[in-house]
Each structure stands twice: as C-alpha cells, then as structure tokens.
Ligand binder design. Structure first.
Ligand SMILES: *[C@@H]1O[C@H](CO)[C@@H](O)[C@H](O)[C@H]1NC(C)=O
Length: 236
C-alpha cells in the first residue's frame, strides 16, 4: 500500500515537473514587483516561442504562416496568399502588467516584422489605379502591439477568455513585384507613390494582417496555459 502511494506521488511529481519547460522560472504571486518579474520571464520565453516549444506542442511563431489575408475595400482589393511573417523573434517587451484579482493582463511589445506573400491587387489608391500580381514584401518598422487579455482559472489552468488589441507603427515599406503586368515605367512610378503614401495603404492592409498576427500570438499563449498548470506558471 505504501509502495503504491509512493509510486503515485512520484508519478504525479514527474508529470507536473514535466509540464514546465526548464527555461521558465516562475515568479511568485506575492512578489511586490510581480509585473517586472513576469516581464523578465517573458523576455526569456519569447525567443523560445519564436522557435516553437515542441515539448508543449507549440508551433514556431517566427516564421508564422498566416495563409490568406484579404483586403476587401470596394476601392482596393488585395488578396495575399501563402503569407509568412518573420521578425517576431526580435520583439522587445515594453511593459507587462497583471491584475490577478480582476483576471486581466496587458503586454506591450515592439517588433520589426516582414510580411512576404503572393499578392493579387486591383483598385486605386487616392486617384491612382493600381493593379498587379506576383511576390510582395512589406517591411514594418517598429510595429508596437498592446494586447490586454482576460483570463480565469478552470481546473487549475488559466483560460484566456478574450482580448483587445491596439497597434501602431513608425513606417511600412512595400515591394510589389510585377505591377501592371511588368510595365516597368508604370510600376516604378506606382511603387514610389505607394511608399510615399504608405499610411493610406496600411490603413487597408493592417487590420486584416495584424488581426491574424495578433491572433497567432494569442493562440500560442492559450496553448501554454493549456499545457502548464497556473500554479507552475505563477507560484502561489
Ligand atoms: C527596428 O529597426 C529600427 C531601424 O532599423 C531600429 O532603430 C529599431 O530599434 C528596431 N526595433 C526593434 C524592436 O528591434
């Protein structure tokens, strides 16, 4: 009987010890500098998310595949397919705040990201017609994302119940290959124009693209919460 109990304890210990990857050293909920402590943990964990955490079944976040991203403005239709985003690995965490009583936390981070895809575009920007299809590349400098998420504890695990996000960026640069079926002169003028007016174009592209980038990040956090009990992520 005693042997069975011991075996059960050993088994339980192994399972729980196996949940938390060794690179996560959890903070204590009673830490007076809890926000700063968790921010440091995230700074260590973020690059691991970039590579993916195989032991927890978490796929890589850099590169992250977004699939199809559609801009459906009546004046400008763009479809990006096989969309791949790189650069989240280099994210800098600006701040982290958690309110355990309210079950709310906010993470604020900045990254330089590049989106590559195949594009099909038809429409106009301001009064200039724009049309093409081929490889596209969009570089976003200092993309700052702030996500506030709500969580509760269910069966010992944090469950993310909802989130809100805001973002802004310093600049976006476009490279749309094969504009106007390869008409070089038109393409050059148009490319110059799109880069000068990047804000107008990003107003259309950013909402669908960033929703998908942010929801990919949120998905990884959900997977982490599902794989590791709350008391291992944050010691009571
Ligand atoms: C993004 O790139 C710019 C310019 O190259 C640089 O000044 C900035 O520090 C970078 N931001 C991040 C979050 O790495």
């Amino acid at each position: 009987m005693i042997v069975w109990c011991l075996m059960a304890v050993v088994a339980a210990t192994e399972i729980s010890a196996g949940n938390l990857p060794s690179f996560i050293s959890p903070c204590s909920a009673s830490d007076p500098n809890l926000n700063e402590c968790i921010q440091k943990v995230i700074e260590v964990v973020a690059p691991k998310f970039a590579d993916g955490i195989a032991e927890l079944g978490i796929a890589p976040l850099d590169p992250v595949q977004l699939g199809t991203v559609e801009v459906n403005n009546p004046a400008l239709k763009i479809t990006f397919t096989d969309t791949v985003v790189t650069g989240l690995r280099g994210s800098k965490i600006n701040s982290y705040k958690i309110n355990l009583d309210k079950g709310k936390a906010t993470i604020d981070f900045t990254a330089n990201v590049t989106l590559k895809a195949h594009y099909v575009m038809d429409g106009q920007v301001l009064i200039l017609p724009i049309r093409g299809n081929g490889p596209a590349k969009i570089k976003i400098t200092n993309l700052r994302i702030v996500v506030t998420y709500d969580f509760t504890t269910v069966a010992g695990h944090w469950v993310l119940t909802g989130y809100k996000d805001h973002y802004k960026m310093d600049r976006a640069q476009f490279k749309f290959n094969n504009l106007f079926g390869g008409n070089k002169e038109l393409a050059q003028t148009t490319e110059k124009f799109t880069n000068q007016n990047w804000e107008i174009i990003m107003q259309e592209i950013a909402p669908p693209a960033l929703n998908q980038i942010i929801s990919s990040c949120v998905e990884k956090v959900k997977q982490l919460f599902g794989a590791v009990p709350a008391t291992e992520l944050l010691r009571p």
